[in-house]
Design a protein around this ligand. Structure first.
Ligand code: BMA
Length: 382
């Protein structure tokens, strides 16, 4: 009797463990895999990223396989940034005149060499048709109002650029148009497949620098509720169209106000990577102090809320300080666990990234020699 009980218990155990062994494996989405990879890499070091790296550099443009980073330090950046501004209108080239076909091809190429992709978007203004930068529109509008008063005309004849977000939310007069824009950007993302036809996951970083007033989605041009509604509408649409493809990044600009920050925060369940866009426009001391303050706040926020942290954009225009990388940026990166730092594009009049011939070239080489700075070959090593 006892033996029988023992045997049936044993049989039950065997059945259970077989069942457990055969339980279907949970398949992770490409986005989940990318996120886990980023978490691991963030512990290993700081990846170098560069905007538009394979298209042009300081002295060249559209040379197959060329990169300012590779020319200087022998390898491609670990992260490459691309901007889809212009795709919303069905343009063939983006706002910086890069053909979308080339953007597509270089994304695939970078993915296939083991690199990581991040996509930003500077869409035009869907309400008044101008660019993503709203400042001059607001100025022109303000200047026009007294004239309208003078001729006794209602202000409503002129669209107030600061109402843009409101007009594209559900029920707004530009909602349908904007949904078409979302469809176009999503259609491009749908084409991002590797040679086996698998989805290429990307870090998508819409509606950035929203604590500044220079973009039509920025603070002062829409309410906190409108910003969050815009974020949610974008995310829900994109995720429904290309499920499991996107790691979501939200990036305020340097000068984060900790009290106001939660007002526009889309929610911990809606963001994977918290980024800071940090440019030095003034003195080094002011830049470092502000970076320190912002990173102290964002770093703590990211750690407590389970988010990745990065300098999603950074740099100083045209490298006036030959030791900027090592003496200004490195001390901050040594202190906070940023997963990558991404200087903006190297365009002739306005360059931010490393390149041969620049006064900062040697300093960047020294920076890269430190183990913590990762280029693409460093992140494909197991
Ligand atoms: C800005 C500048 C512009 C560019 C835009 C989008 O910061 O570099 O020249 O058009 O980014 O890349």
């Amino acid at each position: 009797m006892r033996i029988k009980t023992f045997l049936s218990a044993l049989a039950a155990l065997v059945i259970t463990s077989t069942a457990t062994a055969k339980a279907p494996k949970v398949v992770k989405t490409p986005a989940q895999q990318l996120k886990e990879r980023l978490v691991k890499l963030q512990k290993r070091g700081v990846m170098y990223g560069h905007q538009d790296d394979p298209f042009y550099g300081l002295t060249w443009e559209y040379e197959d396989g060329r990169s300012d980073t590779k020319d200087l330090v022998g390898d491609y950046p670990a992260v490459m940034g691309f901007d889809l501004g212009g795709i919303e209108k069905g343009d063939a080239k983006n706002l910086d005149s890069v053909p979308f076909t080339r953007i597509h091809d270089e994304i695939v190429r970078h993915h296939e060499r083991g690199g990581i992709i991040t996509i930003s978007w500077h869409p035009r203004n869907p309400y008044i048709g101008t660019t993503a930068w709203i400042e001059s529109d607001i100025k022109a509008y303000a200047e026009a109002l007294p004239y309208l008063d003078k001729i006794g005309m209602n202000h409503n004849v002129l669209p107030n650029p600061q109402n843009t977000v409101r007009t594209i939310l559900p029920g707004g007069e530009k909602h349908q148009l904007f949904m078409q824009w979302l469809e176009r950007i999503t259609n491009f993302m749908k084409t991002l497949k590797d040679s086996k036809g698998n989805t290429i996951p990307v870090i998508f970083r819409p509606w950035h620098e929203y604590n500044g007033a220079w973009f039509w989605w920025g603070k002062g041009n829409c309410s906190a509720a409108e910003y969050k509604a815009l974020w949610n509408m974008t995310q829900d649409y994109v995720n429904a169209q290309i499920p499991g493809a996107i790691v979501w990044s939200n990036s305020p600009n340097l000068g984060v106000n900790p009290t106001e920050f939660p007002e526009r925060w889309p929610g911990d369940d809606r963001v994977d990577l918290l980024g800071l866009d940090a440019y030095q426009w003034g003195t080094e001391a002011a830049f470092m102090a502000q970076c320190e303050a912002d990173m102290a706040f964002l770093g703590k926020y990211a750690a407590e809320h389970g988010l990745l942290l990065a300098f999603t954009e950074c740099g100083i225009k045209n490298s006036p300080n030959p030791v900027w990388w090592g003496s200004v940026l490195k001390p901050i990166m040594d202190k906070y666990p940023v997963c990558y730092f991404l200087p903006w594009r190297n365009y002739i009049e306005e360059h931010f990234g490393a390149a041969p011939g620049l006064p900062t070239a040697e300093d960047f080489k020294q920076l890269v020699k430190t183990k913590q700075i990762l280029l693409v070959k460093d992140i494909i090593k197991k």
